[in-house]
Write a protein that binds this ligand. Structure first.
Ligand code: HBI
Ligand code: FE
Length: 288
């Protein structure tokens, strides 16, 4: 189905009230399965030694190396057994409140389309490869699975404080573009990186971006890019730390504190930062 996706303002024709649609796996064409295989082969060839242990374990446990776009009936049987999560098909981006409610209930919304050959290296909206290859393996890790539930609940609460844009930074700099420190060195767990060939190389090896140790308050003050590689990446010591901080933090006073603090510009390093790499920002300067 090469239907063009949009950001809808109400559930589109045929969608449920929670924006889910039937995956209709049998309707995917050989070309669409072929695109999945092409993207999967490229990423899985380069991720050993780059992707986090939990990510590689998830690929294995969910048998994502099987050819073609995964059939959610089979995928969800394995995922549910591991952490109670399931993947649900949606037409494209869904409203924040809908998104958070799905996460809070252990449902991960996956765009029910795959990119075209022209979009191989960049597309604006998450397609099934970004969502299922990028996000789902980490959902097979019990600690990360609990973190995503905590994020969903926190997201719903943040709407009440008008603080979604601050909490969205937490999601962006962890779930989408997070790095983790492991025995062998820095590894990728963020879906936006791990599903991108170029950014998987850039995020770990390029001297251009900053790499800074995770600090919740600092991170929620930090602007981010939606149109190109990140100029700063944040590094967690463990997934347990990410869950612990998120579950133990009372976000109400944090939001109040954030009101009084200026945002941190996208490539800036501040005195309290524990810096792993002070980036040259050459990539971003060249792209200007
Ligand atoms: N909808 N389908 C889908 N996938 C996302 O990743 C997504 C979304 N809606 C909102 C959203 N992400 C972000 O704005 C949240 O992190 C706030
Ligand atoms: Fe994503």
């Amino acid at each position: 189905m090469a239907d063009v996706t949009h950001v809808y303002d109400k559930p589109p024709q045929g969608a449920n009230a929670d924006w889910t649609i039937p995956q209709q796996w049998e309707r995917f064409s050989a070309d669409e399965h072929g695109m999945w295989d092409r993207l999967f082969a490229r990423q899985s060839a380069m991720l050993p030694g780059r992707a986090a242990d939990a990510f590689m374990r998830g690929i294995d446990l969910l048998k994502l190396e099987q050819p073609g776009i995964p059939d959610y009936r089979a995928l969800n049987a394995r995922l549910m057994a591991a952490t109670g999560w399931q993947v649900v098909a949606v037409p494209g981006l869904v409203p924040d409140a809908v998104f958070f409610d799905h996460l809070a209930n252990r449902r991960f919304p996956a765009g029910n389309f795959i990119r075209s050959p022209e979009q191989l290296d960049y597309l604006q909206e998450p397609d099934v490869f970004h969502d299922v290859f990028g996000h789902v393996p980490m959902l097979a890790d019990p600690v990360f699975a609990d973190y995503m539930v905590a994020y969903g609940k926190g997201g719903l609460r943040s709407l009440g404080f008008g603080a979604l844009h601050k909490l969205a930074r937490l999601y962006w700099y962890t779930v989408e573009f997070g790095l983790i420190e492991e025995a062998g060195g820095l590894r990728i767990y963020g879906a936006g990186i791990v599903s991108s060939y170029g950014e998987s190389l850039f995020a770990l090896n390029d001297p251009s971006p900053n790499r800074i140790r995770f600090d919740l308050l600092r991170l929620m003050r930090s602007a981010y890019r939606i149109d190109d590689y990140q100029q700063s990446y944040f590094v967690i010591p463990s997934i347990e730390h990410l869950l612990k901080v998120t579950v133990e933090t009372d976000f109400a006073p944090l939001y109040a504190q954030l009101e009084q603090l200026p945002d941190i510009a996208i490539a800036d390093i501040i005195p309290s930062d524990q810096v792993i790499t002070r980036g040259t920002q050459q990539y971003a300067q060249r792209r200007r």
